[in-house]
Design a protein around this ligand. Structure first.
Ligand code: ZN
Length: 135
């Protein structure tokens, strides 16, 4: 397993009813990505779609992907935090699962918390929201 230093939280910055297929199609066709943008993609109902195994590098934050696991909720259009209660719970479950799998706790932060990032993604303060989590 590669060394993971970050669990990064994202939003897709789409409508909250965007489909997983449409999002993946955008990555492939428009951005030309071979790998998905995130390891976990969580729909409005809270269902977790696993797009890549943790060993695999995905495209969440340029320059940090080799040491990151990426988790995203579908939604966040217009810079708003559109998470449903089910999405909030599923994000937390994914974070917990990653920590358990790794056996240690990486830094948990939002996309926007990396240096030089101009986006507001994930549209909430992930650092403070998950600051209580400990191994
Ligand atoms: Zn992001």
């Amino acid at each position: 397993m590669r060394r993971i230093e970050y669990i990064v939280i994202h939003c897709t910055a789409t409508r909250d009813d965007a489909t997983v297929e449409a999002i993946q199609g955008y990555w492939r066709a428009v951005l030309g990505w071979r790998n998905p943008g995130y390891h976990f993609l969580i729909d409005k109902a809270g269902q977790v779609h696993r797009l890549a195994p943790l060993e695999k590098v995905t495209n969440g934050v340029r320059g940090y992907n080799h040491s990151s696991i990426h988790i995203s909720y579908i939604g966040g259009a217009g810079g708003e935090d559109t998470r449903t209660t089910a999405q909030k719970a599923s994000i937390l479950n994914c974070i917990r699962e990653v920590i358990q799998t790794l056996g240690y706790q990486p830094v948990i932060q939002g996309h926007r918390d990396f240096p030089g990032v101009k986006k507001s993604c994930p549209n909430y303060d992930a650092v403070s929201e998950y600051s209580w989590i400990t191994v």
